[in-house]
Design a protein around this ligand. Structure first.
Ligand SMILES: C[S@@+](CC[C@H](N)C(=O)[O-])C[C@H]1O[C@@H](n2cnc3c(N)ncnc32)[C@H](O)[C@@H]1O
Length: 226
């Protein structure tokens, strides 16, 4: 089995560009429409890869940015394209950030490849400020139960509501996942095992009919004072 420490995201980035995921910055922009963050907001990108989203956000000139990724190689690629964002090597499941730090947290196409999704979601709830926005995009299982390590929509939404988040947006983007998979196949690459690539290597046909791609925006409740 190919886990994420052996998966070559850098190579995928050479095919699809600095945003190493279906949809690219289009979904990041869609999420920003929902968040309506004020200028000066502190935004984290967890699993920032080679910095595609951070670069997109940096160009707006509106936000203070922090990126965290486990891969030294991807962080050094990110450093070449970023000017102001602070980059940190670390793990989504145990971040070095203080409680209530960020106004928004992006985690795009990372949750599905983590060994411990639950620990990462706990971290996101912890480091977001009250009223902060959580933006997730990833593959999910279309069945009511998750399969092969992929969560279903119900399981994911339950995990978020159990941590006090309110859902603001859920969109399925099957077409973007299909287009991404096709680009990989034409380039002779495969996707991670958890994305339905367990049998397929280098262009072999695999069944992804039960898998789709979501964009989600959720909000941590604002503090209530009595
Ligand atoms: C599909 S890429 C997405 C990268 C980036 N979010 C983007 O959309 O371009 C997955 C990223 O997750 C990172 N990653 C995997 N496991 C991680 C973990 N436990 N903690 C932090 N980053 C992790 C990988 O190094 C890789 O950069």
């Amino acid at each position: 089995m190919m886990n994420d420490t052996t998966f070559n995201w850098s190579e995928i980035g050479r095919i699809v560009g600095p945003c190493i995921r279906p949809g690219g910055p289009v979904l990041t922009e869609r999420a920003l429409e929902i968040c309506s963050l004020p200028a000066g907001s502190l935004v984290a990108d967890i699993g920032c890869g080679s910095g595609g989203t951070l670069q997109h956000l940096e160009r707006s000139g509106l936000y203070s940015l922090v990126g965290l990724d486990q891969s030294e190689m991807l962080l050094s690629e990110a450093a070449t394209r970023l000017e102001t964002a602070r980059l940190i090597q670390g793990h989504a499941e145990k971040t070095p950030f203080r409680n209530d730090t960020f106004d928004a947290l992006f985690c795009e196409c990372v949750l599905s490849i983590l060994d411990d999704t639950s620990a990462a979601l706990d971290e996101f709830a912890r480091v977001l400020k009250d009223g902060g926005y959580l933006v997730l995009s990833d593959v999910f299982s279309k069945g009511s139960q998750g399969t092969d390590g992929l969560l279903s929509r119900e399981e994911l939404l339950d995990s978020l509501s159990g941590r006090g988040f309110t859902l603001l947006l859920w969109e399925a983007h099957d077409r973007l996942l299909r287009e991404f998979a096709v680009r990989m196949i034409f380039a002779g690459e495969c996707l991670p095992d958890s994305w339905g690539c367990g049998q397929g290597r280098k262009g072999e046909k695999t069944d992804r009919s039960g898998i789709s791609y979501f964009l989600l925006v959720a909000r941590k409740p604002a503090a209530t004072f009595q």
